[in-house]
Design a protein. Structure first.
Lengths: 258, 273
C-alpha cells in the first residue's frame, strides 16, 4: 500500500463557526493504481489532494505515504495543477529541472534527467521555449514532466485537463495513460468529469457534497484504451452520473448557492 | 520554416508597419499643430517672455554650440552635471529601495515596523527637503538626495507590491517540488518581482527627473539644466530659458522611453509577455 488515509477530517474556520470540508474519509491506494476522485464542484476534492501534497494539514486523522506520516510538502509527491503553475521566466527544460536544482543535482545529470522526461512527454524541440510560447496541452505536458522528474512515489493531479479544450483534453488523457504505463507511477487524479474518470481510472471514488465523504466506489476492470462509444462505457457513465445528480439535488439550496 | 508561415510573417510585419505609420502620422500632426498654435499666439501677444518657436530654436542650437556668457559652458556641460547627480541619486535609491521592498514584502514583522515610518515620510514632496539638504549635504549631495527621496518611494512600493502579488499557485508548485523558504525566495519570489521592479524604475525615473530640475533651480553650483533655467531668468534671456525647458523635456522623454523599452524587452525575454 503506497497511500493510506484514515479517518481524515478537515474543517475551515468561517465567520460563523466552521465549515467541514472533509469528514470520515478513508482510502487505501495500491502501488501503480490509477485512482480518480470524482465529486460535484465545491466539494472538498482539491482540499483532499492538497492535504496529500502536504500543502494543507488535516484537522484530524492520518495520512500515510508508504507508512510515513505526511507533514509537509515534498518531492516524493509530484503535483500537477489545473492552472499549470509553470514558472514563466524558465524555459521548458528549466521548469522540468526545478526540483532537481533544489536537490542540488549536478547540471550534467540534471540535463540527462530532464531530457528523459522531455522525450517521455513528447516535447522534443521545445526545450528552450518559455511557457507563454506553448499551447495549453503543451504547458500541461511540461507540468507532468516537472512532477515526474523528481521521481515521486505518487503523482497528484488536480483537474489537470480542466483548462483545455475538448479535443486537447482527449488527446492528453490518452497521453497520460501512455505515460502512466511507461512509468508505472501511482496516480491520484481529481476531476469533475465522469467521462474522464471512466476513461482513465482503475477505481473511481465518488464524493458527496460538503462535507465530503465517500459516496460510492467503482472498480473498472475493462481493458485500455477504453472505447467511449461502447455500451459498457455508456452504462457506467450513466450509473455514476446518476449518483452525482443525487448529490447535487439533495444539497440544500443555501449551501448550493454559495 | 514553410511558405505558409513565411507569408504569415510578412502579413504580420505589413500590418504592424501600417500601424506604426499611422502612429507616426498622428505624432507629426499633433506636434506641428502645437508649434503652429504656439507661433500664432506668440506673434499675437508679442511680449519678450513669450518668444516665437524660431527664436527658441535658434537659442536651443546656440546653447549647444556656444559657451553661455554667464555660466561659461555649453548645454552639454549642464546636461552632464545634471545627469551625474541624477545617476548617483537614482543608483543609491535603487540599491536601498529594492532590498527594503523585498524585505517588507516577505516579512510581516519588518512590514509592521517599517510601514509607519514610510507612510510618515512618503507624503512629503521631495522638494520640501531642498533647503535643509543644501545646507546639510552641499550642492552635489543635496540634489542627489532629493532624487534619492523622489525615486525611493515609488520604487520600493513597486517591489513590495511585486512580492505581495506573486502567484500563490507558483509558491505551491515550488513547495511540492521540495523548495524551502530560501529557495522559494530566490527562485520564485525574486524572478516574479522583476517586472514590478522595472515598472518602479520607469515611474522613479520620471519623478527623479522632476526632482533634479527643481533642486537645481533652488541651488546648484557647477552647472545643471535646472540651474541654467534660473540663470537665464536672471539675465532675461527668455528664448534660452525656453530652450532649457525643451532640453529637459527631451531628456525626460529619452530616459522614460528607454526604460519603458527595456521594461518591455526584459518582460518578453523573461517570458512574462
Amino acid at each position: 500500500m503506497i497511500l493510506s488515509i484514515k479517518d481524515l477530517h478537515k474543517t475551515f474556520p468561517k465567520e460563523d463557526g466552521e465549515m467541514v470540508a472533509i469528514d470520515e474519509f478513508n482510502l487505501d491506494v495500491e502501488e501503480g493504481e490509477f485512482v480518480c476522485i470524482l465529486g460535484p464542484s465545491g466539494c472538498g476534492k482539491t482540499t483532499l489532494l492538497r492535504m496529500i501534497a502536504g500543502l494543507e494539514s488535516p484537522t484530524s486523522g492520518e495520512l500515510l505515504l508508504n507508512g510515513t506520516q505526511i507533514s509537509k510538502p515534498g518531492s516524493d509527491r509530484g503535483m500537477v495543477f489545473q492552472e499549470f503553475a509553470l514558472f514563466p521566466w524558465r524555459s521548458v527544460r528549466k521548469n522540468i529541472e526545478f526540483g532537481l536544482e533544489i536537490k542540488k543535482i549536478a547540471p550534467d545529470e540534471r540535463r540527462v534527467i530532464s531530457q528523459k522526461f522531455i522525450d517521455l512527454v513528447g516535447l522534443n524541440g521545445f526545450e528552450n521555449y518559455h511557457p507563454n510560447q506553448l499551447s495549453g496541452g503543451m504547458k500541461q505536458r511540461v507540468g507532468i514532466a516537472r512532477a515526474l522528474a523528481n521521481n515521486p512515489m505518487i503523482l497528484l493531479m488536480d483537474e489537470p485537463f480542466g483548462a483545455l479544450d475538448a479535443q486537447t483534453r482527449n488527446l492528453m488523457q490518452k497521453e497520460l495513460l501512455r505515460i502512466w504505463k511507461e512509468t508505472g507511477k501511482t496516480v491520484i487524479f481529481i476531476t469533475h468529469s465522469v467521462d474522464e474518470a471512466v476513461y482513465l481510472a482503475d477505481r473511481i471514488i465518488v464524493l458527496t457534497t460538503r462535507p465530503s465523504r465517500i459516496k460510492e466506489v467503482f472498480e473498472i476492470r475493462s481493458e485500455r484504451p477504453r472505447d467511449r462509444a461502447s455500451v459498457e462505457f455508456a452504462n457506467l457513465r450513466k450509473e455514476i452520473l446518476l449518483k452525482l445528480e443525487q448529490e447535487v439535488v439533495s444539497t440544500p439550496k443555501a449551501v448550493n448557492g454559495a | 520554416m514553410t511558405k505558409a508561415s513565411d507569408s504569415i510573417n510578412k502579413l504580420v510585419k505589413k500590418s504592424f508597419g501600417k500601424k506604426n505609420i499611422k502612429t507616426l502620422a498622428f505624432i507629426i500632426i499633433s506636434l506641428v499643430g502645437f508649434v503652429l498654435i504656439w507661433w500664432i499666439a506668440a506673434t499675437l501677444y508679442n511680449i519678450d517672455y513669450f518668444p516665437t518657436p524660431d527664436k527658441v530654436y535658434t537659442a536651443f542650437i546656440n546653447s549647444f554650440t556656444h559657451n553661455d556668457p554667464t555660466l561659461g559652458n555649453t548645454m552639454w556641460g549642464n546636461i552632464f552635471a545634471s545627469l551625474k547627480r541624477f545617476a548617483t541619486g537614482f543608483l543609491l535609491a535603487f540599491v536601498a529601495a529594492v532590498p527594503v521592498g523585498l524585505l517588507m514584502g516577505s516579512s510581516k514583522i519588518l512590514d509592521g515596523l517599517l510601514k509607519p515610518i514610510i507612510e510618515l515620510f512618503r507624503p512629503i514632496p521631495p522638494i520640501a527637503w531642498v533647503p535643509i539638504f543644501l545646507i546639510a549635504l552641499g550642492f552635489f549631495w543635496g540634489p542627489v538626495f532629493i532624487i534619492f527621496i523622489g525615486v525611493f518611494f515609488p520604487l520600493m512600493s513597486a517591489v513590495y507590491f511585486g512580492v505581495k502579488s506573486v502567484d500563490p499557485v507558483l509558491l505551491d508548485a515550488a513547495r511540492t517540488q521540495g523548495a524551502g523558504r530560501f529557495s522559494i525566495f530566490s527562485k520564485v519570489v525574486l524572478p516574479s518581482t522583476v517586472p514590478h521592479i522595472m515598472t518602479g524604475i520607469r515611474i522613479g525615473l520620471g519623478i527623479g527627473w522632476m526632482c533634479i530640475v527643481a533642486a537645481e533651480m533652488i541651488g546648484a553650483i557647477g552647472g545643471g539644466v535646472g540651474y541654467y533655467l534660473t540663470v537665464q531668468q536672471l539675465v532675461g534671456n527668455y528664448p534660452a530659458l525656453y530652450a532649457g525647458i525643451v532640453v529637459i523635456a527631451l531628456l525626460g522623454l529619452a530616459t522614460t522611453s528607454l526604460s519603458g523599452y527595456i521594461e518591455k524587452w526584459l518582460a518578453a525575454r523573461m517570458g512574462f509577455r
